[in-house]
Design a protein around this ligand. Structure first.
Ligand SMILES: [Zn+2]
Length: 150
């Protein structure tokens, strides 16, 4: 069995640098100390890894909240899809029927990911990863600059 993505519970396909590589490179270049705990990589699915991008978060919980918010926004239409019953579906042509059925599957999958939280022992371990207020200030400034550039 695969490992859960720490952000959404899907099967992890890779590892997410909790502190983006670009940020740790910059901090090193500026000789700013960072706690080793920030340099961990965490199991993540491809989509969550991409959604967080190069943004800096102080805690794993904060990063998860951001990813879930973005996931919900990105899938707003799918999430609004209502349930269609068997009779209604049978009235539809094949193309529309399969589109709606796959939409409902996707909706349920997104809902599951939004509701997901890791087992409490894992969550306890993750909650110890905190980049600290000093690094957070430096990184917030850097993060602001990198967003303007993007
Ligand atoms: Zn994920």
């Amino acid at each position: 069995m695969g490992t859960d993505c720490v952000y959404c519970g899907e099967v992890a396909t890779g590892r997410d640098h909790f502190l983006p590589v670009s940020a740790s490179v910059l901090l090193r270049a500026l000789s700013i100390d960072i706690d080793d705990r920030c340099l961990v990589t965490l199991p993540a699915c491809k989509e969550c890894n991409t959604l967080a991008g190069a943004r800096v978060f102080r805690t794993v919980a904060g990063k998860r909240r951001y990813i879930k918010r973005t996931l919900a926004k990105r899938n707003a239409k799918v999430l609004a899809l209502r349930d269609w019953d068997q009779d209604e579906l049978e009235e539809l042509g094949w193309t529309l029927r399969t589109t709606i059925i796959s939409g409902m599957h996707k909706r349920d999958q997104i809902k599951r990911r939004l509701a997901w939280l890791p087992a409490s022992d894992v969550e306890k371990t993750l909650s110890r990863i905190d980049i600290g207020s000093g690094s957070a200030r430096n990184l917030a400034a850097w993060d602001g600059m990198s967003r303007k550039r993007a």
